[in-house]
Design a protein around this ligand. Structure first.
Ligand SMILES: Cc1ncc(COP(=O)(O)O)c(C=O)c1O
Length: 394
């Protein structure tokens, strides 16, 4: 165990997260545990809105400023500029903005990995059905331990492919895909139109150390309520400068348009706000902004990612020592998702028993496994007690 794993100030830092006190939590990929700063900011913002408004010149200007501060905080986490960020409700909303915003034609093709989330698959299927678009699914799951995901993607591109849909950090196996190489393969492919890359970033935002422009992807949809530990209901979408002009808004409202002196819409906004619609739950925005600030107080995104990797490696090693347990990944995880199988034990039953004993994990259907999520907030002793509980329960 390295020194950084036993950083003493983490225990103090964790006291700000009430959800961590009464249980041993390994479900950050489902939803993060909110810090007190986030709860307080939400309530304080509601109170302030009532005091100064709820609708007034003063409160509207204040809210506008706070929204911009959230956009800046998110942009810093993602290594990008605020104007590339659209605020949304969740990952799925961001994916829908990107996918419905493309000018589809019959015969266009979407290439999707075989590890995508049901809501994204359903959207792709509806687009296919509505516009006569063909869907190709490529086998990425089998590249977890050997093989080359870039080669798999490249060999499945066609001259009619318009969009590639995949996740950065696969929610089922924990694999991190080499997005830059994939984006370059897509953008350099001699297709009829540039092949765009849309990334489901549900598991990567708040866990990986990100610099989005360097990855060269086109759309990157994320949420604040998982690894960033914000409230449910606030997420975002990054759109690259290259992809921005050709993407059309599908849901439209006053937040996305420029208005003339008489308040009539005259043009789209020329930044991420083009895809924002209308009134939102602004106090929740303040919740996410404060959650991000709380993480940054402990360490920058690179420190947090490094700690996640040290801890997930520790969990992965301990799991290997249990006779009937095998991790899906044969080498240490590249992020916080650790998926494993237990021979001769129904995974659902095991997860249920562990939950009754205060250890929160989840099962995954495909591949059939159990997923434990390790955050920078996780303590090594929590991993030790999870290992003991698994040994006792199998
Ligand atoms: C990979 C992936 N995509 C999408 C989602 C859905 O996220 P949201 O509810 O924020 O749209 C999840 C949530 O579990 C996920 O893991």
């Amino acid at each position: 165990m390295t020194n950084s794993l036993s950083k003493t100030d983490l225990k103090k830092h964790r006291q700000q997260f009430p959800g961590l006190i009464n249980k041993t939590y390994f479900n950050f990929g489902g939803q993060g545990t909110m810090p007190n700063t986030a709860f307080e900011a939400i309530i304080d913002t509601h109170k302030y809105i009532q005091q100064v408004g709820p609708f007034s010149g003063q409160i509207n200007a204040w809210l506008n400023n706070q929204v911009n501060l959230l956009r800046e905080a998110i942009a810093t986490e993602l290594g990008t500029t605020p104007k590339t960020i659209t605020l949304t409700e969740n990952v799925t909303a961001g994916c829908n903005i990107a996918m419905w915003g493309i000018d589809w034609h019959q015969g266009d093709r979407i290439l999707m990995s075989d590890c995508e989330h049901p809501g994204i698959i359903a959207t792709v299927e509806e687009i296919a059905q509505r516009f006569g678009v063909e869907v190709d699914i490529c086998p990425i799951m089998e590249t977890l331990n050997s093989g080359d995901p870039v080669a798999v993607i490249r060999s499945n591109l066609t001259e009619n492919t318009r969009l590639v849909v995949l996740s950065h950090l696969l929610w089922n196996t924990g694999q991190v895909l080499p997005l830059k190489e994939i984006a370059q393969a897509c953008h350099n492919y001699p297709a009829q139109k540039t092949i765009r890359v849309m990334v489901d970033a549900a598991q990567s935002v708040g866990s990986l150390c990100l610099n989005l422009p360097e990855l060269e992807i086109d759309y990157y949809a994320f949420t604040g309520h998982k690894w960033l530990c914000g409230p449910a209901g606030v997420g975002g979408l990054y759109i690259s400068q290259q992809a921005f002009p050709e993407l059309n808004p599908t849901f439209i409202g006053w937040r996305g348009v420029e208005m003339d002196d008489r308040g009539k819409p005259v043009a789209w906004k020329q930044d991420g706000t083009k895809f924002e619609v209308a009134t939102s739950a602004y106090p929740e925005y303040e919740g996410l902004r404060n959650a991000i600030a709380t993480h940054q107080e402990w360490g920058d995104k690179s420190d947090r990612y490094q700690r996640i990797c040290e801890l997930s490696k520790y969990l992965w090693e301990q799991l290997q020592n249990i006779e009937r347990v095998s991790c899906l990944k044969h080498t240490p995880p590249e992020a916080g998702l650790v998926s494993f199988q237990v021979a001769g034990r129904e995974h659902k039953q095991l997860v249920n028993s562990l939950e009754q004993q205060g250890f929160l994990l989840r099962t995954i259907a495909d591949p059939d496994c159990i997923r434990a999520c390790v955050h920078y907030l996780t303590l090594p002793e929590e991993i030790d007690s999870l290992i003991a509980a698994i040994e006792k329960n199998i």
